[in-house]
Design a protein around this ligand. Sequence first.
Ligand SMILES: Cc1cc2nc3c(=O)[nH]c(=O)nc-3n(C[C@H](O)[C@H](O)[C@H](O)COP(=O)(O)O)c2cc1C
Length: 154
Amino acid sequence: MDTALEGRRDTDTGTERPLVVYFSSVSGNTHKFVQKLEADSVRLPLRTGEDAPVMERPFVLCAPTYGRPRSGGAVPPQVMKFLRVPRNRELMLGVMGAGNTNFGDLYCIAADKIAVKCEVPVLYKFELMGTSEDVARVNEGLKALWTRNSRHPA
Ligand SMILES: Cc1cc2nc3c(=O)[nH]c(=O)nc-3n(C[C@H](O)[C@H](O)[C@H](O)COP(=O)(O)O)c2cc1C
């Protein structure tokens, strides 16, 4: 099993490090953003034929929007597959959206759809690979969420 799933402990604080599960296509924007976070991470497989990971501890999902005008879909099928696993839905604390404001009203719509369907909050939205300010704000938010969650586990 991926070591990222095993719940590494932060030696300074004694609390578990935040965990981000994310999908990123070959363009890799979301991957670049997540790599800059102070968090463990698990990347969802690119191929839908591969098994989706089954999580063992709470995590935040980070998903880009890929609008498909004909099918009306926006959540990548790899993310849908991951969310079809009941345990994954149970452990999800919230969702972050990646997108591009050029898409107007459809900006990060996948995160909005996931939030409604899975009854979790949208924690943050960012464009493409995010800015250094996005990274700082998300790091702060994840740290606060994990501190809260370790005091009041779900
Ligand atoms: C075909 C296509 C459709 C997209 N549709 C949307 C959209 O509806 N809303 C949005 O906010 N971004 C949209 N985007 C932008 C992507 O979400 C954005 O480029 C994101 O950073 C891609 O992440 P990735 O490189 O990690 O896969 C679309 C991009 C492509 C290529």
